[in-house]
Write a new protein. Sequence first.
Length: 391
Amino acid sequence: METVVKYELIIKYRMIFDFFYRAMKKMVRLASNHHIYSGCLATAYLSKGKSCFSDRVSSQEVGEFKKRWEGISNYVPKVFLEIYQPFSEIKTSDFVPDSIFFTHIEPIMNNVEFSRSFADKNMYSLLIDHSFLPKVLLRRMHGRFLDGDYHTVYNIDDFLSVLAADYERVIIKPSISSQGGRRIRLLESRDGKLFFGNAHVTLSWLSKEYNDNFLIQEYVQQHPFYSAFNPSSLNTLRIYTYRSVKDEKVHILSSMLRVGKPGSFIDNISLGGKACGLFADGRLNGIANDYEGKTYKSVGNVDLTLHGKVVGFEDVIRKAKVVAEAQYYSRLIGFDFCVNEQEKGLLIELNNYDVGIERVQKCNGPLFGDFTDEIIDYCRRKKKSFKYIIR
């Protein structure tokens, strides 16, 4: 009898503890949501201050914009309309507010808790057709070194020497959370060894600089068409896909070309690169912008106003749809593809959470296009049932 009483007391206190735990977790989620929301606003106002446009939106346009999105969130900042409309020269209330996208739309459309595992670059070869990917030479997963076929590698320094003998250049990057080009580095072979700058790449160097969860892959020689924009960087196509809540088919929402800063080997916009808009058929739409808010009619040796079609576009679109179809927990995805010398699209990165939307809306207009009503309606109905994710 005494044992039963003790057990019931434990259950009672456990229920009380669980109640306070859930309350605390909800508070942290809301604080995280507020942090993301505030960050989006701060970035927007900074971008607006740097903008070269002086056009103002009318009070009527602001009213339509707020009415358009208030079904998802009570607070619809007008600053996003004030930025996107002048940049794209498109007058519409369909521009997606960044703050609402990150705090409501993306968490409803994509199950972030599951999506993160699908976004691990070391999982790509297990989930995606190998012909869609650059060749992986060495990977580290949760402390374990593996080769491209997931076989354990024991003597790392010897393996690195073999790579140095076989490849003049290779790329090393984190396999998880490498957004913004963080710690993506070019390694070069000299005298039978791999170097990053003057640093000899060894097991000790890898453990110090990357610890767990990274990969080394082949350096891709991009097609000459893309080199014309900037030969030093691997310039990529960002493709946005949406798996419809109505027909479950994958649709292309928008696309743009990302070009790196001269001298850089990555295409990161915040580090001096440029975003070039594309029409739906893959032609350059004549609009490009950078992180400072400046606009351009030409990039590198390419006149954007000639509306040339980017090489390998159909192949990239086809592969993006195939991969998106198997992303069961994500409806909205931003893919980064490069195109090699054989005009073959290769998947560099799959972005299914924290997917940036600012650049593409400046270049191309509203992200969701013909699916805006569908997505707004879905998020309006689902907003009470989803949980904010702590980021």
